[in-house]
Design a binder for this molecule. Structure first.
Ligand code: AQP
Length: 331
């Protein structure tokens, strides 16, 4: 029996945070035995906010190295760079023509990101979710593992698949999001009401997957909590709730058992132990990352083979789409 298909991607728009790890990469690894997985480095998305070309190149290889370091096996999963497969941009264009402006106007990520980038409010940032729909639909994806912040974009992808199918006959699989109950939304350490984001201007707001031990400990010590002084999992203590989520996912212990362990103890001890948990989870990844990152030839072979495989699949879907909408095939 054919395996179901999984697609997801990460933007090389900076160094990845533990939010990216917990909400996305960690889950990518868990899926690769059961599904046929396509994991992309979505550089076409990254340029919707200004990027320094040298850094973008470097971040793309960083993300690829992190994919490998967390345990994604290129023998099992297809790893590739989005701009190497032109069908993404081509299907993105077609889907633009069936997307309503009103739908894009409602996208909360656009509203938030456009507030931050008023000097370069480009059309790409607005149509970003359409390109994301193209990424997913090109591979006839059944499932898309993402963090909670991408749920609305996934809804659009489903909607566009259904609209195209009903207008031109069955063409696309309608994808389902895979969003974990725990860790799908890791919050900023400085403002637990907003998402932890790699582009946050305050570097104390996030922990990077490649942060050293001192930085991890320092950032956790500085994390905003509250004045109640009780380690409990409650909406009244959003800072602590976020830290408990991180603790639970990275230690594989239940929130209840962690809370019980800190009965009568203060935030200082809890935070020190959490720092140990994060360091222990990230250290082996960082070690492997260093090795992969310096092996340029190996990285090149992975993304070249990945692009070949992805391109073959994507071209087939695109050919079908072009035929259905009435484009004359180039013989
Ligand atoms: N804080 C988060 N908690 C859980 N999951 C998260 N993801 C991102 N932040 C969190 C998930 O990581 C995957 C890759 O995200 P992305 O790089 O494509 O873009 P993003 O969602 O816009 O992430 P950032 O860190 O906020 O990037 P910038 O600052 O560049 O915009 C996605 O599956 C996302 O859900």
């Amino acid at each position: 029996m054919n395996k179901k298909i999984v697609f997801s991607g990460v933007q090389p728009s900076g160094s990845l945070t533990i939010g990216n790890y917990i909400g996305a990469l960690k889950n990518f690894v868990e899926l690769q035995d059961e599904y046929e997985c396509y994991y992309c480095i979505v550089d076409l998305h990254a340029v919707t906010v200004p990027q320094i070309p040298k850094d973008l190149r470097s971040h793309s290889l960083d993300v690829l190295s992190l994919y490998l370091a967390v345990g994604i096996d290129p023998q099992k999963s297809t790893l590739f760079i989005q701009s190497h497969v032109p069908a993404h941009a081509e299907l993105g264009w077609i889907l633009n023509t069936i997307t309503y402006m009103g739908q894009l106007n409602r996208m909360t990520q656009f509203k938030e990101k456009s507030k931050k980038s008023d000097e370069n409010l480009n059309a790409g940032l607005f149509t970003y979710p359409v390109l994301m729909a193209a990424d997913i639909l090109l591979y006839q994806s059944d499932f898309v593992p993402v963090g909670e912040d991408q749920k609305q974009h996934l809804e659009l992808a489903r909607d566009l698949a259904e609209r195209f199918n009903s207008r031109y006959s069955d063409t696309f699989v309608v994808p389902e999001p895979l969003i974990k109950e725990f860790g799908a939304r890791i919050m900023s350490l400085q403002d637990p009401e907003s998402k932890m984001s790699k582009s946050d201007r305050d570097e104390n707001a996030f922990i990077l997957m490649l942060d050293n031990k001192d930085a991890i400990r320092r950032k956790i010590r500085r994390a905003v909590t509250d004045s109640l002084g009780i380690v409990a999992y409650s909406d009244q203590q959003p800072g602590l709730k976020n830290l408990l989520n991180i603790y639970s996912v990275l230690s594989d212990k239940s929130v209840d058992s962690i809370v019980a362990n800190y009965d009568g103890k203060g935030y200082g001890e809890f935070k020190d132990d959490l720092a140990d948990v994060v360091i222990q989870a990230l250290s082996p990844i960082q070690e492997r990352y260093k090795e992969y990152r310096q092996d340029k030839a190996f990285l090149e072979s992975i993304y070249r083979e990945g692009a070949d495989k992805a391109e073959a699949f994507a071209a087939k879907t695109l050919r079908k789409v072009y035929k259905k909408i009435g484009f004359i095939p180039r013989i």
